[in-house]
Design a protein. Sequence first.
Length: 237
Amino acid sequence: MVNPSRALALTLLLFTLAAAGGSYLLGRGSAHAELDANPESAQRLDRELTNLREQLRTARGELEMLRTRHEVDRQALELVRQEMAAQEEHAAQLEESLRFYRSLMAPGESGTGVSVRAAELVALGREGHYAYRILVQQKARKHELVSGSLAITLFGQREDNGEPWRMSLAELSTTEVEPTLPLRFRYFQSIEGELELAAPLRPSGIEVVATLDRPDQAQISREFPWLVQERFTHVGK
Protein backbone atom coordinates (compact mmCIF):
# COMPACT_ATOMS: atom_id res chain seq x y z
CA MET A 1 0.00 0.00 0.00
CA VAL A 2 1.28 3.45 -0.89
CA ASN A 3 2.09 5.73 2.02
CA PRO A 4 -0.14 8.87 1.68
CA SER A 5 2.81 11.15 2.33
CA ARG A 6 4.78 9.47 -0.48
CA ALA A 7 1.84 9.81 -2.86
CA LEU A 8 1.53 13.49 -1.96
CA ALA A 9 5.26 14.00 -2.56
CA LEU A 10 5.00 12.41 -6.01
CA THR A 11 1.94 14.50 -6.86
CA LEU A 12 3.71 17.71 -5.85
CA LEU A 13 6.79 16.71 -7.84
CA LEU A 14 4.70 16.07 -10.96
CA PHE A 15 2.95 19.42 -10.49
CA THR A 16 6.29 21.23 -10.19
CA LEU A 17 7.62 19.63 -13.38
CA ALA A 18 4.43 20.35 -15.31
CA ALA A 19 4.49 23.97 -14.16
CA ALA A 20 8.10 24.27 -15.27
CA GLY A 21 7.20 22.97 -18.70
CA GLY A 22 4.21 25.28 -18.97
CA SER A 23 6.21 28.39 -18.11
CA TYR A 24 8.87 27.31 -20.60
CA LEU A 25 6.33 26.93 -23.41
CA LEU A 26 4.60 30.24 -22.66
CA GLY A 27 7.88 32.09 -22.40
CA ARG A 28 9.22 30.51 -25.56
CA GLY A 29 6.15 31.42 -27.59
CA SER A 30 6.07 35.07 -26.52
CA ALA A 31 9.81 35.56 -26.91
CA HIS A 32 9.88 34.07 -30.37
CA ALA A 33 6.95 36.22 -31.46
CA GLU A 34 8.67 39.38 -30.26
CA LEU A 35 12.19 38.59 -31.42
CA ASP A 36 11.96 40.61 -34.59
CA ALA A 37 11.14 43.74 -32.57
CA ASN A 38 13.12 42.98 -29.44
CA PRO A 39 16.56 41.33 -29.71
CA GLU A 40 16.74 41.08 -25.91
CA SER A 41 14.24 38.22 -26.11
CA ALA A 42 17.20 35.84 -26.38
CA GLN A 43 18.37 37.00 -22.95
CA ARG A 44 14.95 36.23 -21.51
CA LEU A 45 15.11 32.75 -23.03
CA ASP A 46 18.51 32.31 -21.40
CA ARG A 47 17.03 33.13 -17.99
CA GLU A 48 14.16 30.71 -18.59
CA LEU A 49 16.63 27.96 -19.44
CA THR A 50 18.58 28.61 -16.24
CA ASN A 51 15.39 28.41 -14.16
CA LEU A 52 14.25 25.25 -15.90
CA ARG A 53 17.61 23.55 -15.38
CA GLU A 54 17.54 24.45 -11.67
CA GLN A 55 14.04 23.01 -11.26
CA LEU A 56 15.12 19.83 -13.01
CA ARG A 57 18.16 19.46 -10.73
CA THR A 58 15.92 19.80 -7.69
CA ALA A 59 13.39 17.34 -9.10
CA ARG A 60 16.09 14.78 -9.86
CA GLY A 61 17.27 14.92 -6.25
CA GLU A 62 13.74 14.47 -4.94
CA LEU A 63 13.10 11.63 -7.36
CA GLU A 64 16.23 9.78 -6.25
CA MET A 65 15.20 10.18 -2.62
CA LEU A 66 11.71 8.84 -3.31
CA ARG A 67 13.05 5.98 -5.43
CA THR A 68 14.96 4.52 -2.49
CA ARG A 69 11.78 4.21 -0.43
CA HIS A 70 9.99 0.91 -1.04
CA GLU A 71 6.57 2.35 -0.28
CA VAL A 72 6.54 4.43 -3.47
CA ASP A 73 4.08 3.21 -6.07
CA ARG A 74 6.00 2.09 -9.17
CA GLN A 75 3.42 3.45 -11.60
CA ALA A 76 3.48 6.87 -9.96
CA LEU A 77 7.27 6.83 -9.99
CA GLU A 78 7.27 6.04 -13.72
CA LEU A 79 4.98 9.02 -14.35
CA VAL A 80 7.51 11.27 -12.64
CA ARG A 81 10.34 9.80 -14.72
CA GLN A 82 8.38 10.40 -17.93
CA GLU A 83 7.59 13.98 -16.96
CA MET A 84 11.25 14.64 -16.18
CA ALA A 85 12.29 13.20 -19.55
CA ALA A 86 9.80 15.52 -21.26
CA GLN A 87 11.19 18.55 -19.43
CA GLU A 88 14.76 17.56 -20.33
CA GLU A 89 13.65 17.50 -23.97
CA HIS A 90 12.11 20.97 -23.55
CA ALA A 91 15.39 22.26 -22.14
CA ALA A 92 17.34 20.79 -25.06
CA GLN A 93 14.97 22.47 -27.52
CA LEU A 94 15.38 25.79 -25.74
CA GLU A 95 19.17 25.47 -25.87
CA GLU A 96 18.94 24.80 -29.62
CA SER A 97 16.87 27.95 -30.13
CA LEU A 98 19.23 30.02 -28.00
CA ARG A 99 22.28 28.94 -29.99
CA PHE A 100 20.50 30.02 -33.16
CA TYR A 101 19.49 33.44 -31.80
CA ARG A 102 22.94 34.13 -30.41
CA SER A 103 24.50 33.32 -33.78
CA LEU A 104 22.25 35.96 -35.37
CA MET A 105 22.98 38.63 -32.76
CA ALA A 106 26.73 38.08 -32.40
CA PRO A 107 27.98 36.21 -35.48
CA GLY A 108 31.67 36.43 -34.53
CA GLU A 109 33.97 34.35 -36.69
CA SER A 110 31.08 32.71 -38.55
CA GLY A 111 30.69 35.85 -40.67
CA THR A 112 27.82 38.22 -41.37
CA GLY A 113 25.20 38.64 -44.05
CA VAL A 114 22.18 36.81 -45.42
CA SER A 115 22.36 33.03 -45.81
CA VAL A 116 20.11 30.01 -46.34
CA ARG A 117 20.11 27.20 -43.79
CA ALA A 118 19.96 23.57 -44.89
CA ALA A 119 16.50 22.50 -46.03
CA GLU A 120 14.57 20.35 -43.56
CA LEU A 121 12.30 17.52 -44.71
CA VAL A 122 9.96 15.32 -42.67
CA ALA A 123 8.02 12.36 -44.10
CA LEU A 124 4.26 12.51 -43.52
CA GLY A 125 1.82 9.64 -43.11
CA ARG A 126 1.06 9.11 -46.80
CA GLU A 127 3.66 7.79 -49.20
CA GLY A 128 5.36 10.52 -51.20
CA HIS A 129 4.09 13.31 -48.93
CA TYR A 130 6.62 15.49 -47.11
CA ALA A 131 6.65 18.58 -44.94
CA TYR A 132 9.43 21.03 -45.80
CA ARG A 133 11.02 23.96 -44.00
CA ILE A 134 13.57 26.41 -45.37
CA LEU A 135 14.97 29.22 -43.25
CA VAL A 136 16.67 32.36 -44.56
CA GLN A 137 18.62 34.31 -41.94
CA GLN A 138 20.68 37.46 -41.47
CA LYS A 139 23.70 37.42 -39.17
CA ALA A 140 24.73 40.94 -38.23
CA ARG A 141 25.42 43.27 -35.33
CA LYS A 142 22.96 45.75 -36.81
CA HIS A 143 20.05 44.07 -38.58
CA GLU A 144 18.75 45.99 -41.57
CA LEU A 145 15.52 45.10 -43.34
CA VAL A 146 16.01 42.36 -45.93
CA SER A 147 13.61 42.02 -48.86
CA GLY A 148 13.56 40.05 -52.08
CA SER A 149 12.26 36.72 -53.32
CA LEU A 150 12.98 33.01 -52.98
CA ALA A 151 12.79 30.31 -55.66
CA ILE A 152 12.84 26.62 -54.66
CA THR A 153 13.46 23.80 -57.13
CA LEU A 154 13.56 20.04 -56.55
CA PHE A 155 15.60 17.74 -58.75
CA GLY A 156 16.46 14.08 -59.12
CA GLN A 157 16.06 11.12 -61.46
CA ARG A 158 13.09 9.20 -62.80
CA GLU A 159 12.87 5.64 -61.51
CA ASP A 160 11.52 4.28 -64.79
CA ASN A 161 14.19 5.51 -67.21
CA GLY A 162 16.88 7.22 -65.10
CA GLU A 163 16.33 10.57 -66.82
CA PRO A 164 17.00 13.70 -64.74
CA TRP A 165 14.09 15.92 -63.74
CA ARG A 166 13.66 19.40 -62.23
CA MET A 167 10.43 20.87 -60.91
CA SER A 168 9.60 24.03 -58.99
CA LEU A 169 8.10 23.86 -55.52
CA ALA A 170 4.95 25.45 -56.94
CA GLU A 171 4.46 22.37 -59.16
CA LEU A 172 4.82 19.92 -56.27
CA SER A 173 3.19 21.78 -53.37
CA THR A 174 -0.05 20.38 -51.98
CA THR A 175 -1.32 23.95 -51.64
CA GLU A 176 -1.18 26.79 -54.12
CA VAL A 177 2.09 28.74 -53.89
CA GLU A 178 3.75 31.22 -56.20
CA PRO A 179 6.82 30.20 -58.26
CA THR A 180 8.79 32.82 -56.29
CA LEU A 181 8.08 33.50 -52.63
CA PRO A 182 8.44 36.99 -51.09
CA LEU A 183 11.16 37.63 -48.51
CA ARG A 184 10.90 40.39 -45.92
CA PHE A 185 12.64 40.12 -42.53
CA ARG A 186 15.34 41.51 -40.24
CA TYR A 187 16.49 38.39 -38.42
CA PHE A 188 15.07 35.35 -40.19
CA GLN A 189 12.14 34.07 -42.22
CA SER A 190 10.89 30.48 -42.29
CA ILE A 191 9.16 29.03 -45.37
CA GLU A 192 7.11 25.94 -44.54
CA GLY A 193 4.58 23.75 -46.29
CA GLU A 194 3.88 20.31 -47.72
CA LEU A 195 4.70 18.72 -51.07
CA GLU A 196 3.89 15.51 -52.89
CA LEU A 197 6.25 13.45 -55.03
CA ALA A 198 4.51 10.83 -57.13
CA ALA A 199 6.22 7.89 -58.80
CA PRO A 200 8.38 7.69 -60.84
CA LEU A 201 10.04 10.86 -59.47
CA ARG A 202 12.99 10.04 -57.21
CA PRO A 203 14.39 13.17 -55.49
CA SER A 204 18.08 13.74 -54.87
CA GLY A 205 18.24 17.39 -53.83
CA ILE A 206 16.77 20.87 -53.42
CA GLU A 207 18.03 24.10 -54.96
CA VAL A 208 17.24 27.36 -53.17
CA VAL A 209 17.90 30.73 -54.82
CA ALA A 210 17.37 33.95 -52.85
CA THR A 211 17.33 37.14 -54.92
CA LEU A 212 17.74 40.21 -52.71
CA ASP A 213 16.94 43.81 -53.55
CA ARG A 214 17.45 45.25 -50.05
CA PRO A 215 19.65 46.25 -48.24
CA ASP A 216 21.87 45.40 -51.23
CA GLN A 217 21.19 43.63 -54.49
CA ALA A 218 22.54 40.10 -54.37
CA GLN A 219 21.75 36.51 -55.30
CA ILE A 220 22.41 33.56 -53.01
CA SER A 221 22.20 30.05 -54.45
CA ARG A 222 22.44 26.83 -52.41
CA GLU A 223 21.92 23.15 -53.17
CA PHE A 224 21.05 20.66 -50.44
CA PRO A 225 20.86 16.86 -50.60
CA TRP A 226 17.50 15.18 -50.12
CA LEU A 227 17.69 14.14 -46.46
CA VAL A 228 14.52 13.16 -44.60
CA GLN A 229 14.56 13.51 -40.79
CA GLU A 230 12.21 12.50 -37.99
CA ARG A 231 11.23 16.04 -37.01
CA PHE A 232 12.05 19.66 -37.66
CA THR A 233 14.71 21.32 -35.54
CA HIS A 234 13.63 24.03 -33.10
CA VAL A 235 15.80 26.63 -34.79
CA GLY A 236 13.64 29.70 -35.34
CA LYS A 237 10.66 28.22 -33.50
